[in-house]
Design a protein around this ligand. Structure first.
Ligand SMILES: Cc1cc2nc3c(=O)[nH]c(=O)nc-3n(C[C@H](O)[C@H](O)[C@H](O)COP(=O)(O)OP(=O)(O)OC[C@H]3O[C@@H](n4cnc5c(N)ncnc54)[C@H](O)[C@@H]3O)c2cc1C
Length: 490
């Protein structure tokens, strides 16, 4: 494999098979495939292929293999860990963006068979037109594509109630490293006739195979919905309130988003963010309840869940959205945070998970650890508290030098991730491993688990052609100072 350029003759061979429309080499047209969302990586590839169907993907993989070129799958290119960025000029990006067909939508069976390049928003809309509901939902849903969603096992806003992308997948079609096509799209809800191959490819970041299509489960659509913003005097009441709302509503809580006051304030840096209707509290919880029961009494459920907390002084105030427009405004407080944080300066982000019931103990410890590095660092904490998954992000101290702050990334990672490890948590909760988390995962993961993953990688991609140098199988050995056994104290 050449690191410096695509192998000679490969460009021409790909053009002969895929047509000129299927091959991109001009620098201006390459640029969007090489740009990475957070600006942390610049893709080095000089060749992007855009097959129009699964056979084209398989042919491209075979040609790359025959010429000794590695391949990097890319769908919507919204990933945040550098997984879709080619690390070397000799790597070929295989874009799934032209695989756009919905092959089957069966409302009765609750099945949707879609190709990898369909955007998540298109699939949500197709399900809705058929009177069904595809529950996966991310702030990036207009751009991300279902192949990428499955490759990252995306979580998102509704995972608390409906599970991650994996939970929506009933089948896959995958192009293997040798160009063969594995098809398992029947959509069976029960099949114990062997090892679960589908689950190997989901969440594997394109390191074990290229997903070209998937069978997704569809649900009855929600018919009752309520959104509420709760202002909390402290972090502690957040999870008990989520659990009370779950209990009172018959498990209708589909989203439970925690936001620190600092995170809400960063969202306000955008022009279109509405004012915070409940200012002055240190923490906020955005709850969405939804159910397919049109007679559900969600207002009553919320009141019953909130009343004891209010009496106990664990709830400063609450705002229930009376209309869909008001609900959208409350949601905007949450969805504005990532872009607002960008406005506030350079950032270092941590996508972590601990047990939900450990959140209240974990967050102050992690924040104390980062403030020990620099007391002026600005934490921006938000995320999916019901799943125990937080984005414990840091913004540079006001007026500080951005480069000097970013140069401390490893120190801040250590501060946060050591605390995550103490709580037996995950340092790569929903965005995946890619390049960004590869060494962090290597530092903390169970060595036997990593060894098993390396065996799986070797079995499915013996020549190391799929997304080389990324993911858990490429992680280095765990440093001795990290080898603390099962320290789950505190
Ligand atoms: C504003 C914003 C909000 C976001 N919110 C969330 C969130 O709430 N939850 C969440 O989980 N993520 C979130 N993300 C991250 C991102 O959107 C998800 O990881 C998404 O699932 C990536 O899909 P994609 O199509 O863009 O994949 P890409 O970025 O194209 O690829 C991601 C990874 O998957 C591999 N890959 C891509 N396509 C395939 C394929 N067909 N077969 C095999 N491998 C493939 C790539 O090589 C890469 O490693 C957010 C991102 C943004 C920008």
């Amino acid at each position: 494999m050449s690191d410096t350029q695509p192998p000679p003759g490969l460009d021409q061979a790909l053009r002969e098979r895929l047509g000129d429309d299927g091959v991109v080499t001009e620098p201006a047209r390459l640029a969007p495939y090489m740009a990475e969302r957070r600006g942390l990586y610049t893709g080095q590839g000089r060749l992007v292929v855009r097959p129009a169907d699964t056979d084209g993907v398989a042919a491209a993989v075979r040609l790359c293999r025959d010429h000794g070129a590695a391949v990097v799958a890319q769908s919507g290119n919204t990933g945040t860990v550098g997984g879709g960025s080619p690390r070397h000029a000799g790597e070929v990006v295989i874009s799934l963006e032209r695989l756009q067909r919905i092959r089957r939508l069966d409302a009765e069976e609750g099945l949707l068979v879609a190709e990898a390049g369909c955007t998540l928003a298109e699939l949500q809309a197709a399900a809705e037109r058929a009177g069904r509901f595809l529950p996966l939902s991310l702030a990036s849903e207009a751009e991300c594509r279902i192949g990428g969603n499955l490759a990252t096992n995306a979580g998102g806003l509704n995972a608390l109630r409906y599970g991650n992308a994996r939970a929506q997948a009933l089948g896959l079609e995958v192009v293997l490293a040798d160009g063969r096509i594995w098809r398992d799209l029947q959509g069976l809800r029960k099949d114990n006739s062997g090892y679960d191959l589908r689950d190997l490819f989901i969440g594997a970041g394109g390191e074990l195979g290229i997903i070209t299509a998937a069978t997704l489960r569809l649900l009855p659509p929600p018919r009752s919905r309520r959104v509420a913003l709760l202002a909390l005097p402290a972090l502690g009441p957040a999870l008990p309130l989520v659990r009370a709302a779950q209990a009172e509503s018959g498990d209708a809580v589909v989203a439970a988003e925690l936001m620190s006051a600092e995170a809400v304030a960063m969202g306000q840096l955008l022009d279109d963010t509405p004012a915070n209707p409940l200012p002055g509290s240190p923490w906020y919880l955005l709850l969405e309840l939804a159910t397919s029961d049109p007679r559900a009494e969600l207002d009553e459920a919320l009141s019953a869940a909130l009343a004891p907390a209010q009496e106990a002084g664990q709830l400063d105030d609450a705002r229930l959205a009376p209309t869909e427009a008001a609900a959208a405004r409350l949601w905007r407080l949450r969805t504005a945070i990532p872009d607002g944080q960008k406005r506030a300066g350079a950032s270092i982000k941590h996508d972590i998970a601990v047990l939900p019931s450990d959140i209240a103990a974990f967050v102050p410890r992690a924040l104390a650890a980062v403030q020990a590095v620099d007391p002026d660092v600005q934490p921006c904490v938000f995320g999916h508290v019901g799943d125990g998954n937080l984005h414990l992000n840091l913004t540079q101290p006001a007026g500080a030098d951005a480069e000097a702050f970013l140069a401390q990334r490893a120190v801040y990672n250590r501060a946060v991730h050591d605390e995550v490890h103490r709580f037996a948590g995950s340092v790569a909760a929903e965005h995946g491993v890619g390049q960004l988390k590869r060494d962090e995962v290597g530092s903390y993961a169970d060595p036997l688990g990593l060894e098993l993953m390396q065996h799986i990688k070797q079995a499915l991609d013996p020549e190391g052609l799929l997304n080389p140098g990324k993911g858990p199988a490429a992680a280095g050995p765990r440093p001795a100072d990290r080898d603390r056994g099962d320290d789950t104290s505190c």
